[in-house]
Design a protein around this ligand. Structure first.
Ligand SMILES: [Zn+2]
Length: 412
C-alpha cells in the first residue's frame, strides 16, 4: 500500500471510532470512545517503535521519536481525540476520489454544493471524505491525528529524513475546554510545538482570543405573589435588566468579525429567588478583557440601584490567553513553518482563531504552539468533510518543518 492510501485508511479507521466529548460529566476523559481510540493509537505508536509510548490514566497518548541529528531541539506535535458534542459522532464515512466539482449527495438527502460550501470550488480533483449526513465526520481533529501518525510513520521508515526528537501528544476533551487540564509542564520536553487542528491548507494560526468567563448571580427574595407588595425581590427582573444593558449593536458575536472582540451572554437560568447569567468575554487584546469586566460590574451596580434589596455579583474566571504573546518570544516557531511551506511550494498565510486551542494553553505553559491547517471543512456539522490531498500536504509540510528545526542546535 502506498503512503497516500495508508493515510486514507488511517483516517477512515480513526473517524469510525465515536469519540464525542460529553460536557455533562466531570469524568476525564468524558467519553469511553476517547479511551478506545487512545488505545488504538498507543498500539500503533508502539508498533512503529516509538519510545516512551504511554496511554496515561487521563486517556492522553504520548510517544517520542528519537532524533537522528545531534543536538537538535525536541518539537511537539499534538492533536485532539475527541469530537464536538454539537452533532453525533457515530460516523459512517464516505470516500469520493477525484472530486468533480459537482454537488455531493449525502444519504440523508442533504447535499454539499459550491453554494453552501464555496471552498469546494478549490478542491476539484481532491479525494474528499464526507459523512452520510447523520453525523459529523470528526476530521476535527482526526485529520490532525492521522497526519501526525503518518508523519512519525514516515520518519520511522525512512532514516534519510533528518529530524530532531519529536514528541507526540494526543489530548482529550479539547472541544469542551479541557484539552490541557491533565497535562503537567514537566511532561513536555519540547522547545516549541504545533497543533494540527486547522481548516483548509497553508494556514498558520499564531493568535487566539484572550478569554474570560463571567458568572453573574442575582439573589432576590421570593414570596407568594399575593403578598408580594413591598416584599418580593424578583431576581429574574434583575437578570433581564442586566441583559438589556449588554452591548448588542457592537461587541457581540452577531456584529463582530476579524480582530473585534465581544461580550456573549450564552446561558441563563433561575427563578424569583435566584438567577444566573453566564457571559463569555473575548478579545485579541488581553487588556480589553478588564474593560469588559468593568462594564459588567458597572451594569451590576446599576441593576442593584434600580431594584433595592437585590444582590448582583459578578465573578470573572480566566479561560485562556492570546497565544501571540508567547509565540513572540520564539518567533522562529512561525518563521520555520513559513519557510517549510515555501520549500514545499505551497501557498500559505498567517491567520488568527476567533476562539481557543490546546495550543493557546500550551503556549501559556511556555511552549509556543501555533496551529496548522490539516484539511478540515464545515467542522461541528453534519456537512463536515475533509480533503485527503490537504492532509497529505500537512504531512509533507510537517516533515519539512522538522528537518528545518533539526538544523537549529539546542547549543546555539
Ligand atoms: Zn479541533
Amino acid at each position: 500500500m502506498n503512503q497516500r492510501e495508508r493515510l486514507i485508511e488511517r483516517f477512515l479507521r480513526y473517524v469510525r471510532v465515536d469519540t464525542t466529548a460529553d460536557p455533562n460529566t466531570d469524568r476525564y476523559p468524558s467519553s469511553e470512545g476517547q479511551i478506545a481510540l487512545g488505545q488504538i493509537l498507543r498500539g500503533e505508536l508502539a508498533a512503529l517503535g516509538l519510545e516512551d509510548v504511554v496511554h496515561d490514566s487521563h486517556g492522553l497518548v504520548w510517544g517520542r521519536v528519537p532524533g537522528n541529528v545531534p543536538d537538535a531541539p525536541t518539537i511537539l506535535l499534538n492533536a485532539h481525540l475527541d469530537t464536538s458534542p454539537e452533532a453525533s459522532g457515530k460516523c459512517n464515512p464516505n470516500r469520493i476520489d477525484r472530486y468533480d466539482g459537482g454537488s455531493i449527495e449525502l444519504a440523508t438527502g442533504d447535499r454539499l454544493t459550491i453554494e453552501n460550501t464555496p471552498e469546494l470550488a478549490s478542491l476539484v480533483g481532491h479525494t474528499l471524505i464526507t459523512t452520510d449526513g447523520t453525523s459529523l465526520l470528526g476530521g476535527d481533529d482526526k485529520a490532525g491525528v492521522a497526519a501526525i501518525m503518518e508523519i512519525v510513520h514516515r520518519l520511522k521508515e525512512d532514516p534519510n529524513l533528518e529530524h530532531g526528537p519529536v514528541q507526540v501528544l494526543f489530548t482529550c476533551d479539547e472541544e469542551i475546554g479541557r484539552g490541557t487540564s491533565r497535562i503537567e509542564r514537566g511532561q513536555i520536553h519540547a522547545v516549541a510545538g504545533y497543533t494540527l487542528d486547522g481548516g483548509g491548507a497553508g494556514t498558520i494560526d499564531d493568535e487566539t482570543f484572550s478569554a474570560d468567563q463571567a458568572t453573574v448571580r442575582f439573589v432576590g427574595r421570593n414570596t407568594h405573589p399575593s403578598v408580594g407588595k413591598g416584599k418580593m425581590i424578583n431576581a429574574i427582573r434583575g437578570a433581564a435588566q442586566f441583559l438589556s444593558m449588554m452591548p448588542s449593536a457592537t461587541d457581540s458575536p452577531e456584529t463582530t468579525e476579524g480582530r473585534e472582540g465581544f461580550l456573549h451572554p450564552y446561558h441563563i437560568e433561575g427563578g424569583v429567588a435566584e438567577a444566573k447569567v453566564l457571559v463569555l468575554l473575548r478579545s485579541f487584546d488581553t487588556a480589553m478583557l478588564t474593560n469588559y469586566a468593568s462594564l459588567l460590574k458597572a451594569h451590576a451596580e446599576s441593576v442593584m440601584h434600580a431594584i433595592p434589596g437585590l444582590m448582583v455579583q459578578v465573578e470573572i474566571a480566566q479561560q485562556y490567553r492570546n497565544m501571540a504573546d508567547g509565540i513572540r518570544r520564539r518567533p522562529e516557531t512561525v518563521e520555520l513553518a513559513e519557510e517549510a511551506f515555501r520549500e514545499c511550494g505551497y501557498a500559505f498565510r498567517r491567520d488568527r482563531i476567533r476562539g481557543g486551542t490546546d495550543g493557546a494553553l500550551l503556549t501559556a505553559m511556555g511552549i509556543p504552539t501555533p496551529n496548522l491547517s490539516v484539511g478540515q471543512y464545515n467542522i461541528h456539522s453534519t456537512r463536515e468533510f475533509a480533503s485527503i490531498d490537504q492532509m497529505e500536504q500537512a504531512v509533507e509540510h510537517g516533515i519539512r518543518l522538522l528537518k528545518l528545526w533539526s538544523r537549529k542546535s539546542i547549543l546555539a
